[in-house]
Write a protein that binds this ligand. Structure first.
Ligand code: HEC
Length: 109
């Protein structure tokens, strides 16, 4: 009985923690290609304080149709964020990175 109670509260805590930790910068709760597209057009991706977006260099994702198969895709994305966008790297497991991956994978024809 006591053990079960404990289990419940631990699970509750883990749930709360995971909600706080994964607290998305742009208010999304789950990764999606739609969200990825919004980030692709966002000037504040990775905390970057400039006016550039991914879309500025890759209009509508053109040229990235094959990038979805790249096993290093998240690393490449971070290179573009820290380079031209002068932003900070995204965590590979973050909703932002996962959404960008989904968006880029959705470009495949
Ligand atoms: C200043 C221009 C510029 C910006 C802004 C930019 N990129 Fe890039 N990106 C490049 C260049 C140049 C390359 C390397 C050449 C290529 O593959 O097109 C590249 C390559 C890539 C690739 C690899 C393409 C492949 O075929 O493997 C991906 C994926 C990518 N960028 C995504 C992004 C994302 C996501 C953003 C926004 C966070 C972004 N880029 C912002 C210029 C840019």
């Amino acid at each position: 009985m006591v053990a079960m109670k404990k289990k419940g509260s631990v699970a509750g805590m883990v749930l709360c923690l995971s909600i706080v930790v994964s607290g998305p910068v742009f208010g999304e709760k789950a990764p999606s290609a739609v969200h990825g597209k919004a980030l692709f057009n966002s000037t504040s991706l990775g905390g970057a304080a400039n006016t550039r977006t991914c879309n500025a260099c890759h209009p509508d994702g053109r040229g990235l149709e094959r990038a979805g198969g790249n096993p290093e895709l998240s690393r490449v994305i971070n290179t573009c964020i820290t380079g031209p966008l002068k932003g900070s790297k995204l965590e590979p497991g973050s909703i932002e990175m996962q959404s960008l991956l989904l968006y880029i994978k959705s470009l495949k024809q």
